[in-house]
Design a protein. Structure first.
Length: 220
């Protein structure tokens, strides 16, 4: 019987061969969509509410409650610090037990020549109905706005942290990088077409031409 870590690695190798899970996800794979989460004046309540609303809406389109999912939490390793079970992300998962979490490490993820570029990784296999995804996405949206962090629970800082939601059934990966936007990539572009059609107005204009080319048949 495979461990969660082994399942996760096999899934990536089978469906996203050669991909290293890191930012910017959109530019690391052939088939992807980059969404713009911003609207209105930055650093207002309305702005952050819209960021969270868009991210959560897209998440709900990409994931059904019955889907099998890997939640991958990546944290920059500093002074041998480990991922604590009491961290904010884990608190957003219903009835999470310690034996559900597999730990790993990734070396030189962003800096090939830096031996101190070490990331701690936690992998959890579960269904989306156990995840308070809106709280996680809201916290990610506040990453660059420290003054707003006290409104969230302690340990909610996402600076130097990344969260990836991997849909095993649909073979897609969802990553919100900050308040500006999120990326979704898939093993096959047809997996993305329903998401592309439903949320076309939120596609980031900077990358729209590139994205549209993938879906030039039946473009809205």
């Amino acid at each position: 019987m495979q461990t969660t870590k082994q399942e996760y690695r096999k899934f990536l190798n089978d469906n996203f061969k050669g991909l290293r899970l890191r930012k910017p996800l959109f530019y690391s794979w052939d088939f992807g969509i980059r969404f713009d989460l911003q609207m209105g004046e930055t650093d207002t309540d309305e702005y952050f509410e819209e960021v969270a609303r868009r991210a959560s809406t897209i998440f709900q389109t990409a994931f059904d409650n019955s889907d099998q999912v890997f939640l991958v939490f990546i944290d920059y390793k500093y002074k041998r610090r480990k991922i604590r079970f009491s961290n904010f992300t884990f608190k957003q998962i219903d009835n999470l037990s310690k034996n559900e979490v597999s730990f790993s490490k990734e070396h030189r993820l962003y800096e090939p020549g830096d031996k101190f570029d070490i990331r701690n990784i936690a992998i959890i296999k579960l269904t989306p109905d156990r995840i308070n995804h809106k709280n996680i996405l809201t916290a990610i949206g506040h990453t660059d706005f420290g003054a707003r962090q006290p409104r969230l629970e302690q340990n909610s800082f996402y600076t130097a942290k990344e969260v990836y939601f991997i849909n095993i059934d649909k073979k897609l990966i969802f990553h919100m990088y900050d308040d500006r936007g999120l990326d979704i990539i898939a093993a096959d572009k047809e997996i993305l077409r329903p998401i592309y059609k439903k949320h076309n107005n939120w596609i980031l204009d900077y990358d729209r031409k590139k994205i549209d080319r993938h879906f030039k048949k039946n473009v809205l």
